[in-house]
Write a protein that binds this ligand. Sequence first.
Ligand SMILES: CC(=O)[C@@H](O)[C@H](O)COP(=O)(O)O
Ligand SMILES: NCC(=O)COP(=O)(O)O
Length: 239
Amino acid sequence: MANLSVNINKIATLRNSRGGNNPDLVKVALDCERFGAEGITVHPRPDERHIRYQDVFDLKAVIATEFNIEGNCKEQKFVDLVLANKPAQVTLVPDTEGQITSNHGWDTIKHQDYLKEMVQLFQAQGIRVSIFVDPVEEMVKAAANSGTDRIELYTEDYARHFHQNREQAIKPYIAAAKTANTLGLGINAGHDLDLQNLQYFAANIPGLLEVSIGHALISDALYLGLENTIQMYLRQLQD
Ligand SMILES: CC(=O)[C@@H](O)[C@H](O)COP(=O)(O)O
Ligand SMILES: NCC(=O)COP(=O)(O)O
């Protein structure tokens, strides 16, 4: 069964909209753990529009499950933040400036040497590394050459096409996962996974270790409550 890491960016978005500490991000993270989440994910961006750099220190001090920090390692501030906090996992995402959200994986062929350097830097500090990639076999192969522990499959395309034709939508992900399995890479996945598309994805991706879910899960929690929502997502992941 794949682990569920709850991405709490959207809690920080809500908090920041009024400048105070409501909702309390740290309390929400601890509640997610109490309700069954196996990890907490944050994706600090340079403009700190949701997760602030200080949040990462505050969360690291209290989180007992897997802490996953996602972000752009081309930003020195991000690299310093990760090294200062030594989370269980860092997920390298190739964000470009002004993006509303993550919208592509790394070109692991073009950035091979750079990624190798980054992977070594984090691994030397005992931090597991995952590289965010599109479900393209060549990208998975080149990711393996960087020495990364895991890849995170960018699932936006799967989610977008799921309702039209789920067999077609998942095809490239199965192929990418098989390649990753052959190369000994661990597999994470995320972006736009939700209560409709998660079960089919988890049931069909061989070797899926972890999903990180934020936007849909936090939205569902408005109607269903956070505890109930987390339990519902966990049920989708059951074998
Ligand atoms: C890497 C990924 O797919 C997610 O972390 C996503 O980027 C969430 O970030 P936002 O909450 O800023 O949209
Ligand atoms: N890595 C993906 C993630 O953390 C959450 O993405 P989303 O569920 O907010 O689209």
